[in-house]
Design a protein around this ligand. Structure first.
Ligand code: 13P
Length: 282
């Protein structure tokens, strides 16, 4: 079934599991992502950056994802990742995305609330969920360096005000993770996570899942994380495999056969993450 973010995360907090939100890097990858969810009997969130979405096309992507969800009977949410401008978000909603993220976290609290509310008002009219961010997640997003590399932890007091005034469905928090951190491991503050979890009752989102160890991911879920974003690790798996196969390829080989092992590599990574996040049979 094709679900909103609110629907797919519904029982996560209560039942102490998280749903993986995996970045689509190219259209070829999409069927293998759904296959992983099907093999594990798990819900899955497919997310995409605005740049990749522009490259594939929002309408085409929505049609593919909806069709695959129907064919396979997997519960799927299609989510627009980190987006700063209203028009890109509006386009995704108008083309059938079931969830969007407005990221105005670089602005002041008041401005972040104002921009987020504008998106929530539009999304709610179309039955679409909204994720927003408070605090800072380090690294790069959509190829752009985010900040000076310093992580600003989310303040629980600000989070309470933000969630109350915006009416969002999920909150991305800063507690030590960074995007694209795949060569070293993240140092997390579980105290910050606990303090936010104690006062916020909507699903909490961990960004930068690639750099978080298996042990820490499990701790985060026990600490109240409902959605775990994983992007870089899938791209690395795909490219690593493509490199090996392309080096050995003959010009008479079918390009279709050349990408199959890369798609299988992505499927394997996702199946393993589903086991770690505990969303099998959920
Ligand atoms: P990674 O690329 O570090 O896994 O982060 C993905 C992410 O959080 C996308 O929003």
């Amino acid at each position: 079934m094709y679900l909103t973010l609110k629907e797919i995360l519904k029982n996560t907090r209560k039942n102490k599991f998280a749903v993986g939100s995996f970045n689509i890097h190219c259209l070829e990858m999409v069927p293998s992502m759904i296959k992983a969810a099907k093999a594990k009997n798990s819900p899955i969130i497919l997310q995409i950056s605005p740049t990749t979405c522009k490259y594939i096309g929002a309408a085409l992507l929505c049609n593919v994802v909806k069709e695959l969800a129907k064919e396979t009977a997997v519960n799927v949410t299609l989510h627009l990742d980190h987006t700063k401008d209203f028009l890109t978000i509006k386009d995704a909603i108008d083309n059938g995305f079931s969830s969007v993220m407005i990221d105005a976290s670089a602005l002041s609290l008041e401005e972040n609330i104002k921009k987020t509310k504008e998106v929530v008002n539009y999304a709610k009219q179309h039955g679409v969920s909204v994720e927003a961010e408070l605090g800072t997640i380090g690294g790069t997003e959509d190829g752009v360096a985010l900040n000076d590399g310093k992580v600003r932890y989310t303040s629980p007091e600000d989070a309470v005000k933000f969630v109350k005034e915006t009416g969002i469905d999920a909150l991305a928090i800063g507690f030590g993770t960074s995007h694209g951190q795949w060569k070293s491991k993240a140092k997390l503050s579980f105290d910050v996570l606990k303090n936010i979890h104690d006062v916020i009752d909507i699903p909490l989102v961990l960004h930068g899942g690639t750099g978080v160890s298996e042990e820490d991911l499990k701790k985060c879920i026990l600490g109240g994380i409902s959605k775990v974003n994983i992007g870089t690790e899938l791209n690395v798996a795909w490219v690593k495999d493509a490199k090996e196969h392309l080096e050995k390829a003959d010009l008479a080989d079918s390009c279709r056969d050349l990408v199959i092992p890369s798609n299988d590599a992505v499927q394997k990574v996702i199946e393993n993450k589903i086991d770690i996040l505990g969303s099998s049979n959920k």
